[in-house]
Write a protein that binds this ligand. Structure first.
Ligand code: UDP
Ligand code: CA
Length: 430
Protein backbone atom coordinates (compact mmCIF):
# COMPACT_ATOMS: atom_id res chain seq x y z
CA UNK A 1 0.00 0.00 0.00
CA UNK A 2 1.28 3.36 -1.02
CA UNK A 3 0.50 4.93 2.33
CA UNK A 4 2.39 2.49 4.47
CA UNK A 5 5.81 3.32 3.08
CA UNK A 6 5.20 7.03 3.65
CA UNK A 7 4.04 6.28 7.17
CA UNK A 8 7.04 4.16 8.01
CA UNK A 9 9.43 6.74 6.69
CA UNK A 10 7.92 9.60 8.63
CA UNK A 11 7.87 7.60 11.84
CA UNK A 12 11.58 6.78 11.51
CA UNK A 13 12.53 10.31 10.58
CA UNK A 14 10.65 11.60 13.57
CA UNK A 15 12.59 9.52 16.05
CA UNK A 16 15.91 10.26 14.44
CA UNK A 17 15.22 13.96 14.61
CA UNK A 18 14.20 13.78 18.21
CA UNK A 19 17.51 12.14 18.96
CA UNK A 20 19.39 14.70 16.91
CA UNK A 21 17.78 17.50 18.83
CA UNK A 22 18.82 15.85 22.02
CA UNK A 23 15.46 16.14 23.67
CA UNK A 24 15.59 14.47 27.02
CA UNK A 25 12.36 12.73 27.73
CA UNK A 26 12.83 11.86 31.33
CA UNK A 27 9.26 11.84 32.53
CA UNK A 28 5.92 11.11 30.88
CA UNK A 29 5.85 11.06 27.09
CA UNK A 30 4.74 14.45 26.00
CA UNK A 31 4.41 15.74 22.52
CA UNK A 32 3.66 19.28 23.43
CA UNK A 33 6.96 19.58 25.13
CA UNK A 34 8.49 19.61 21.70
CA UNK A 35 5.91 22.10 20.56
CA UNK A 36 6.81 24.52 23.28
CA UNK A 37 10.47 23.77 22.76
CA UNK A 38 10.01 24.95 19.25
CA UNK A 39 8.33 28.16 20.31
CA UNK A 40 11.21 28.89 22.56
CA UNK A 41 13.91 27.73 20.21
CA UNK A 42 12.31 29.84 17.49
CA UNK A 43 12.25 32.82 19.73
CA UNK A 44 15.95 32.52 20.19
CA UNK A 45 16.51 32.20 16.50
CA UNK A 46 16.01 35.65 15.13
CA UNK A 47 17.13 34.52 11.74
CA UNK A 48 14.21 32.12 11.46
CA UNK A 49 11.68 34.41 13.00
CA UNK A 50 12.34 37.39 10.83
CA UNK A 51 11.05 35.31 7.94
CA UNK A 52 7.89 34.14 9.64
CA UNK A 53 5.18 36.41 8.50
CA UNK A 54 1.51 35.62 8.86
CA UNK A 55 -0.95 36.36 6.09
CA UNK A 56 -2.38 39.88 6.64
CA UNK A 57 -5.97 38.74 6.42
CA UNK A 58 -5.58 36.44 9.41
CA UNK A 59 -4.77 39.49 11.55
CA UNK A 60 -2.14 37.38 13.26
CA UNK A 61 1.61 37.12 13.22
CA UNK A 62 3.50 34.19 14.60
CA UNK A 63 6.17 36.52 15.85
CA UNK A 64 3.72 38.22 18.18
CA UNK A 65 3.71 35.00 20.19
CA UNK A 66 7.28 35.55 21.05
CA UNK A 67 8.56 38.30 23.25
CA UNK A 68 10.90 40.65 21.48
CA UNK A 69 13.38 40.50 24.32
CA UNK A 70 14.00 36.83 23.54
CA UNK A 71 16.52 36.97 20.79
CA UNK A 72 19.82 35.54 19.78
CA UNK A 73 21.52 38.54 21.35
CA UNK A 74 20.84 36.92 24.71
CA UNK A 75 23.05 34.05 23.75
CA UNK A 76 26.66 33.82 24.79
CA UNK A 77 29.24 31.08 24.99
CA UNK A 78 27.74 29.97 28.29
CA UNK A 79 24.30 28.48 28.73
CA UNK A 80 21.21 30.61 28.21
CA UNK A 81 17.88 29.72 29.73
CA UNK A 82 14.22 30.18 28.91
CA UNK A 83 11.04 29.32 30.80
CA UNK A 84 7.76 28.50 29.08
CA UNK A 85 4.40 27.75 30.73
CA UNK A 86 1.75 25.80 28.83
CA UNK A 87 -1.50 26.64 30.64
CA UNK A 88 -3.80 23.95 29.25
CA UNK A 89 -7.38 23.18 30.16
CA UNK A 90 -6.45 20.11 32.20
CA UNK A 91 -3.16 21.24 33.72
CA UNK A 92 -0.36 23.79 33.81
CA UNK A 93 3.12 22.74 32.70
CA UNK A 94 6.48 24.41 32.99
CA UNK A 95 9.32 23.82 30.52
CA UNK A 96 12.74 25.08 31.54
CA UNK A 97 15.22 25.02 28.70
CA UNK A 98 18.92 25.61 28.56
CA UNK A 99 20.76 26.30 25.34
CA UNK A 100 24.41 26.65 24.46
CA UNK A 101 25.91 28.49 21.58
CA UNK A 102 29.48 27.46 20.89
CA UNK A 103 30.20 29.78 17.96
CA UNK A 104 28.58 33.14 17.33
CA UNK A 105 27.69 32.24 13.72
CA UNK A 106 25.90 29.07 14.77
CA UNK A 107 22.40 28.54 16.10
CA UNK A 108 22.10 27.78 19.81
CA UNK A 109 21.70 24.12 20.66
CA UNK A 110 19.11 22.83 23.06
CA UNK A 111 21.09 21.41 25.94
CA UNK A 112 18.53 20.35 28.48
CA UNK A 113 14.83 20.52 29.30
CA UNK A 114 13.26 20.25 32.72
CA UNK A 115 9.53 19.60 32.84
CA UNK A 116 7.04 19.76 35.67
CA UNK A 117 3.26 19.95 35.73
CA UNK A 118 0.32 20.51 38.05
CA UNK A 119 -3.37 19.67 37.83
CA UNK A 120 -5.97 21.08 37.52
CA UNK A 121 -5.38 23.85 35.01
CA UNK A 122 -5.86 27.58 35.64
CA UNK A 123 -9.44 27.53 34.36
CA UNK A 124 -10.42 25.42 37.37
CA UNK A 125 -9.78 28.55 39.45
CA UNK A 126 -12.14 30.78 37.49
CA UNK A 127 -13.62 32.16 40.70
CA UNK A 128 -10.40 32.02 42.73
CA UNK A 129 -7.83 33.76 40.54
CA UNK A 130 -5.35 34.31 43.37
CA UNK A 131 -5.41 30.65 44.28
CA UNK A 132 -4.97 29.71 40.62
CA UNK A 133 -1.95 31.95 40.30
CA UNK A 134 -0.41 30.27 43.35
CA UNK A 135 -0.04 27.10 41.26
CA UNK A 136 2.36 29.09 39.09
CA UNK A 137 4.39 30.13 42.12
CA UNK A 138 5.02 26.47 42.95
CA UNK A 139 6.25 25.75 39.42
CA UNK A 140 8.49 28.83 39.50
CA UNK A 141 10.28 27.27 42.45
CA UNK A 142 11.26 24.42 40.14
CA UNK A 143 12.69 27.00 37.74
CA UNK A 144 14.62 28.69 40.52
CA UNK A 145 16.30 25.39 41.33
CA UNK A 146 17.02 24.66 37.68
CA UNK A 147 18.45 28.02 36.59
CA UNK A 148 21.62 29.30 38.31
CA UNK A 149 20.79 32.42 40.32
CA UNK A 150 23.35 34.41 38.33
CA UNK A 151 21.09 33.89 35.25
CA UNK A 152 17.68 34.61 36.81
CA UNK A 153 17.46 38.25 35.75
CA UNK A 154 18.18 37.52 32.10
CA UNK A 155 16.04 34.39 31.81
CA UNK A 156 12.70 35.18 30.10
CA UNK A 157 9.49 33.61 31.34
CA UNK A 158 6.37 33.30 29.18
CA UNK A 159 2.93 31.78 29.78
CA UNK A 160 0.52 30.84 26.99
CA UNK A 161 -2.95 29.68 27.91
CA UNK A 162 -5.11 27.60 25.60
CA UNK A 163 -8.74 26.51 25.37
CA UNK A 164 -9.59 26.33 29.07
CA UNK A 165 -9.19 30.09 29.38
CA UNK A 166 -10.69 30.74 25.95
CA UNK A 167 -13.91 29.13 27.19
CA UNK A 168 -14.12 31.28 30.32
CA UNK A 169 -15.98 34.61 30.39
CA UNK A 170 -13.42 37.25 29.41
CA UNK A 171 -13.52 38.96 32.80
CA UNK A 172 -12.61 35.79 34.66
CA UNK A 173 -9.87 34.87 32.21
CA UNK A 174 -8.34 38.35 32.46
CA UNK A 175 -8.46 38.26 36.26
CA UNK A 176 -6.55 34.98 36.23
CA UNK A 177 -3.97 36.26 33.76
CA UNK A 178 -3.47 39.42 35.77
CA UNK A 179 -2.84 37.44 38.99
CA UNK A 180 -0.43 35.20 37.11
CA UNK A 181 1.42 38.22 35.74
CA UNK A 182 1.80 39.57 39.29
CA UNK A 183 3.31 36.27 40.43
CA UNK A 184 5.75 36.26 37.52
CA UNK A 185 6.74 39.82 38.29
CA UNK A 186 7.44 38.90 41.89
CA UNK A 187 9.84 36.24 40.63
CA UNK A 188 13.49 37.02 39.89
CA UNK A 189 13.06 36.17 36.19
CA UNK A 190 12.77 38.48 33.17
CA UNK A 191 9.09 39.13 32.36
CA UNK A 192 8.81 40.53 28.82
CA UNK A 193 5.80 42.59 27.64
CA UNK A 194 2.82 40.41 26.74
CA UNK A 195 4.44 37.48 28.42
CA UNK A 196 1.13 36.23 29.83
CA UNK A 197 -1.66 35.72 27.31
CA UNK A 198 -4.18 33.42 25.71
CA UNK A 199 -2.82 31.85 22.54
CA UNK A 200 -5.39 31.77 19.77
CA UNK A 201 -6.48 28.49 18.22
CA UNK A 202 -5.02 29.30 14.81
CA UNK A 203 -1.54 29.68 16.33
CA UNK A 204 -1.96 26.55 18.33
CA UNK A 205 -2.68 24.60 15.15
CA UNK A 206 0.06 26.24 13.10
CA UNK A 207 2.71 25.78 15.79
CA UNK A 208 1.89 22.12 16.19
CA UNK A 209 2.09 21.68 12.42
CA UNK A 210 5.46 23.44 12.24
CA UNK A 211 6.74 21.37 15.14
CA UNK A 212 5.71 18.02 13.71
CA UNK A 213 7.03 18.80 10.26
CA UNK A 214 10.22 20.23 11.69
CA UNK A 215 10.77 17.10 13.77
CA UNK A 216 9.93 14.76 10.89
CA UNK A 217 12.36 16.62 8.66
CA UNK A 218 9.71 17.73 6.16
CA UNK A 219 10.43 21.44 6.47
CA UNK A 220 13.96 21.10 5.22
CA UNK A 221 13.58 18.04 2.98
CA UNK A 222 13.52 18.40 -0.81
CA UNK A 223 10.26 16.52 -1.21
CA UNK A 224 8.29 18.72 1.21
CA UNK A 225 5.82 15.90 1.82
CA UNK A 226 4.36 17.44 4.92
CA UNK A 227 2.08 15.66 7.34
CA UNK A 228 -1.07 16.99 8.95
CA UNK A 229 -1.68 17.21 12.69
CA UNK A 230 -4.63 16.30 14.89
CA UNK A 231 -4.36 17.59 18.47
CA UNK A 232 -7.16 16.53 20.82
CA UNK A 233 -6.84 18.65 23.97
CA UNK A 234 -9.23 18.80 26.90
CA UNK A 235 -11.20 21.82 25.72
CA UNK A 236 -10.40 22.25 22.01
CA UNK A 237 -9.17 20.18 19.13
CA UNK A 238 -6.97 21.39 16.26
CA UNK A 239 -6.60 20.10 12.74
CA UNK A 240 -3.91 21.50 10.44
CA UNK A 241 -2.51 20.33 7.10
CA UNK A 242 -1.06 21.64 3.87
CA UNK A 243 -3.73 21.30 1.17
CA UNK A 244 -2.58 19.89 -2.15
CA UNK A 245 -5.81 20.49 -3.99
CA UNK A 246 -7.12 23.83 -5.27
CA UNK A 247 -10.60 22.60 -4.42
CA UNK A 248 -9.74 22.50 -0.72
CA UNK A 249 -8.47 26.06 -0.80
CA UNK A 250 -11.53 27.27 -2.71
CA UNK A 251 -14.15 25.38 -0.72
CA UNK A 252 -12.90 25.96 2.81
CA UNK A 253 -14.22 28.79 4.96
CA UNK A 254 -11.88 31.79 4.59
CA UNK A 255 -10.75 31.73 8.19
CA UNK A 256 -9.61 28.08 7.85
CA UNK A 257 -6.81 29.09 5.46
CA UNK A 258 -3.69 30.85 6.77
CA UNK A 259 -0.47 31.70 4.94
CA UNK A 260 2.93 32.34 6.39
CA UNK A 261 6.48 32.40 5.16
CA UNK A 262 9.24 30.37 6.74
CA UNK A 263 12.62 29.18 5.49
CA UNK A 264 12.05 31.01 2.16
CA UNK A 265 8.83 29.09 1.53
CA UNK A 266 5.26 30.33 1.77
CA UNK A 267 2.91 27.81 3.31
CA UNK A 268 -0.83 28.07 2.83
CA UNK A 269 -2.28 25.90 5.56
CA UNK A 270 -5.73 24.62 6.34
CA UNK A 271 -6.09 25.04 10.09
CA UNK A 272 -8.96 25.16 12.53
CA UNK A 273 -9.41 24.90 16.27
CA UNK A 274 -12.80 23.57 17.37
CA UNK A 275 -13.38 25.29 20.69
CA UNK A 276 -15.49 23.15 23.03
CA UNK A 277 -14.75 19.93 21.14
CA UNK A 278 -11.73 18.89 23.17
CA UNK A 279 -12.18 15.51 24.78
CA UNK A 280 -13.47 16.73 28.12
CA UNK A 281 -15.54 19.63 26.88
CA UNK A 282 -17.14 17.37 24.26
CA UNK A 283 -17.92 14.85 26.97
CA UNK A 284 -19.62 17.54 29.03
CA UNK A 285 -21.62 18.60 26.00
CA UNK A 286 -22.69 15.02 25.38
CA UNK A 287 -23.90 14.85 28.97
CA UNK A 288 -25.77 18.12 28.43
CA UNK A 289 -23.66 19.69 31.18
CA UNK A 290 -21.45 22.13 29.26
CA UNK A 291 -21.86 25.64 30.61
CA UNK A 292 -24.31 24.65 33.33
CA UNK A 293 -21.84 25.45 36.15
CA UNK A 294 -22.03 23.78 39.53
CA UNK A 295 -25.33 21.95 39.83
CA UNK A 296 -25.44 20.12 43.12
CA UNK A 297 -28.21 17.66 42.78
CA UNK A 298 -28.60 17.23 39.07
CA UNK A 299 -27.35 13.99 37.57
CA UNK A 300 -26.37 14.31 33.93
CA UNK A 301 -27.33 11.17 32.08
CA UNK A 302 -26.18 9.63 28.86
CA UNK A 303 -26.73 6.42 26.94
CA UNK A 304 -22.94 6.37 26.58
CA UNK A 305 -22.74 5.00 30.12
CA UNK A 306 -23.88 1.71 31.61
CA UNK A 307 -27.53 1.92 32.76
CA UNK A 308 -26.98 1.58 36.49
CA UNK A 309 -23.80 3.56 36.75
CA UNK A 310 -23.58 6.83 38.72
CA UNK A 311 -20.49 8.78 39.65
CA UNK A 312 -18.82 12.19 40.08
CA UNK A 313 -16.43 13.91 37.71
CA UNK A 314 -14.55 17.21 37.87
CA UNK A 315 -13.63 19.47 35.02
CA UNK A 316 -12.71 23.16 35.06
CA UNK A 317 -13.13 23.30 38.82
CA UNK A 318 -16.76 22.13 38.68
CA UNK A 319 -17.99 18.79 40.02
CA UNK A 320 -20.59 16.98 37.97
CA UNK A 321 -22.73 14.02 38.89
CA UNK A 322 -23.33 11.83 35.91
CA UNK A 323 -24.66 8.40 35.10
CA UNK A 324 -26.39 6.04 32.68
CA UNK A 325 -30.07 6.11 31.79
CA UNK A 326 -31.81 3.64 34.08
CA UNK A 327 -34.28 1.51 32.14
CA UNK A 328 -33.29 3.50 29.05
CA UNK A 329 -31.01 3.14 26.11
CA UNK A 330 -27.36 2.22 26.41
CA UNK A 331 -24.71 1.08 23.93
CA UNK A 332 -22.83 2.08 20.84
CA UNK A 333 -25.72 2.98 18.55
CA UNK A 334 -27.56 5.34 20.86
CA UNK A 335 -24.34 6.79 22.24
CA UNK A 336 -23.06 7.51 18.75
CA UNK A 337 -26.30 9.28 17.92
CA UNK A 338 -25.94 11.40 21.06
CA UNK A 339 -22.41 12.42 20.18
CA UNK A 340 -23.38 13.21 16.60
CA UNK A 341 -25.97 15.65 17.92
CA UNK A 342 -23.19 17.48 19.77
CA UNK A 343 -21.07 17.92 16.67
CA UNK A 344 -23.95 18.38 14.19
CA UNK A 345 -23.38 21.30 11.86
CA UNK A 346 -20.04 22.15 13.43
CA UNK A 347 -17.60 20.07 11.46
CA UNK A 348 -15.99 20.98 8.17
CA UNK A 349 -14.78 18.02 6.12
CA UNK A 350 -12.32 18.01 3.29
CA UNK A 351 -12.16 15.26 0.67
CA UNK A 352 -8.41 15.27 0.15
CA UNK A 353 -7.83 14.23 3.74
CA UNK A 354 -8.75 10.70 2.72
CA UNK A 355 -5.36 10.55 1.02
CA UNK A 356 -3.32 12.26 3.72
CA UNK A 357 -1.15 11.22 6.63
CA UNK A 358 -1.77 12.83 9.99
CA UNK A 359 0.14 12.75 13.23
CA UNK A 360 -2.39 12.52 16.05
CA UNK A 361 -1.43 13.34 19.60
CA UNK A 362 -2.62 14.49 23.06
CA UNK A 363 -5.81 12.58 23.93
CA UNK A 364 -5.76 10.73 20.62
CA UNK A 365 -2.48 9.33 21.81
CA UNK A 366 -3.43 8.81 25.44
CA UNK A 367 -6.65 6.98 24.73
CA UNK A 368 -5.13 4.88 21.95
CA UNK A 369 -2.43 3.81 24.42
CA UNK A 370 -4.96 3.23 27.24
CA UNK A 371 -6.97 0.87 25.08
CA UNK A 372 -3.91 -0.94 23.67
CA UNK A 373 -4.43 0.34 20.16
CA UNK A 374 -0.82 1.56 20.28
CA UNK A 375 2.17 0.97 22.50
CA UNK A 376 2.50 3.60 25.21
CA UNK A 377 6.23 4.12 24.66
CA UNK A 378 6.59 3.78 20.94
CA UNK A 379 3.24 4.94 19.59
CA UNK A 380 1.97 3.38 16.41
CA UNK A 381 0.16 3.77 13.16
CA UNK A 382 -3.61 3.64 13.04
CA UNK A 383 -6.49 4.16 10.73
CA UNK A 384 -9.65 5.92 11.74
CA UNK A 385 -11.55 2.67 11.45
CA UNK A 386 -9.36 1.28 14.27
CA UNK A 387 -10.84 3.87 16.59
CA UNK A 388 -14.30 2.91 15.42
CA UNK A 389 -13.70 -0.78 16.04
CA UNK A 390 -12.40 -0.02 19.50
CA UNK A 391 -15.42 2.17 20.22
CA UNK A 392 -17.76 -0.68 19.37
CA UNK A 393 -15.66 -3.10 21.40
CA UNK A 394 -15.62 -1.08 24.60
CA UNK A 395 -19.25 -0.08 24.41
CA UNK A 396 -20.35 -3.69 24.06
CA UNK A 397 -18.94 -4.42 27.52
CA UNK A 398 -20.96 -2.69 30.22
CA UNK A 399 -18.50 -1.62 32.88
CA UNK A 400 -15.91 0.39 31.01
CA UNK A 401 -17.28 3.66 32.27
CA UNK A 402 -15.13 6.47 30.95
CA UNK A 403 -13.87 4.69 27.91
CA UNK A 404 -17.38 4.70 26.75
CA UNK A 405 -17.39 8.41 26.18
CA UNK A 406 -13.76 8.72 25.30
CA UNK A 407 -13.97 6.35 22.44
CA UNK A 408 -17.18 7.74 21.16
CA UNK A 409 -15.68 11.17 21.23
CA UNK A 410 -12.92 10.00 18.97
CA UNK A 411 -15.39 8.58 16.58
CA UNK A 412 -17.27 11.82 16.49
CA UNK A 413 -14.28 14.08 16.20
CA UNK A 414 -12.17 12.16 13.75
CA UNK A 415 -14.65 12.74 10.95
CA UNK A 416 -13.55 16.34 11.28
CA UNK A 417 -10.91 15.00 9.00
CA UNK A 418 -12.96 12.61 6.88
CA UNK A 419 -15.24 9.59 6.79
CA UNK A 420 -14.47 6.27 8.42
CA UNK A 421 -13.29 4.74 5.17
CA UNK A 422 -10.25 6.94 5.26
CA UNK A 423 -6.59 6.70 5.80
CA UNK A 424 -3.89 6.68 8.40
CA UNK A 425 -3.42 8.37 11.72
CA UNK A 426 0.06 8.17 13.13
CA UNK A 427 0.32 8.44 16.85
CA UNK A 428 3.69 9.17 18.35
CA UNK A 429 4.54 9.77 21.96
CA UNK A 430 6.62 12.90 21.77
O1 UDP B 1 3.09 18.74 27.57
C1 UDP B 1 2.01 18.21 27.30
C2 UDP B 1 0.80 18.72 27.79
C3 UDP B 1 -0.38 18.10 27.47
N1 UDP B 1 -0.39 16.99 26.68
C4 UDP B 1 -1.65 16.30 26.37
O2 UDP B 1 -2.68 17.23 26.12
C5 UDP B 1 -3.92 16.70 26.58
C6 UDP B 1 -4.57 17.67 27.55
O3 UDP B 1 -4.91 18.82 26.88
P1 UDP B 1 -4.76 20.27 27.52
O4 UDP B 1 -4.91 20.22 28.99
O5 UDP B 1 -3.51 20.88 26.99
O6 UDP B 1 -6.06 20.98 26.95
P2 UDP B 1 -6.23 22.15 25.87
O7 UDP B 1 -6.07 23.43 26.62
O8 UDP B 1 -5.14 21.95 24.84
O9 UDP B 1 -7.60 21.94 25.31
C7 UDP B 1 -3.61 15.37 27.27
O10 UDP B 1 -3.80 14.32 26.32
C8 UDP B 1 -2.15 15.50 27.58
O11 UDP B 1 -1.49 14.23 27.64
C9 UDP B 1 0.80 16.50 26.17
O12 UDP B 1 0.78 15.52 25.42
N2 UDP B 1 1.96 17.12 26.50
CA1 CA C 1 -2.94 21.57 24.88
Amino acid sequence: MHLSSVKDKTATAHRADIAALNYKMDSEPSFLRTLFSLILVSSLLDSVLSEVDACPDTKTGLESLLPSTMSIQNASIESVYGIMFDAGSTGTRIHIYSFTQKYSDQLPELEREIFESVKPGLSAYADLPEQGAETIRGLLEVAKNAVPSSHWRKTPVVLKATAGLRLLPEKKALALLSEVKDILEESPFLVPDNSVSIMNGTYEGILAWITVNFLTGQLYSQSKQTVGILDLGGASTQITFLPQSEETLEQSPLDFITSFKMFHTTYKLYTHSYLGLGLKAARLATLGALGTGAVDKQVFRSSCLPRNMESMWQFGGVSYRYGGIENGESGFKSCYAEVLRVVAGKLHRVDEMKESTFYAFSYYYDRAADTNLIDYDTGGILEVRDFERKAIEVTSGCARLFYFLFVITWKALLPVAHSSAWTSVTSLPY
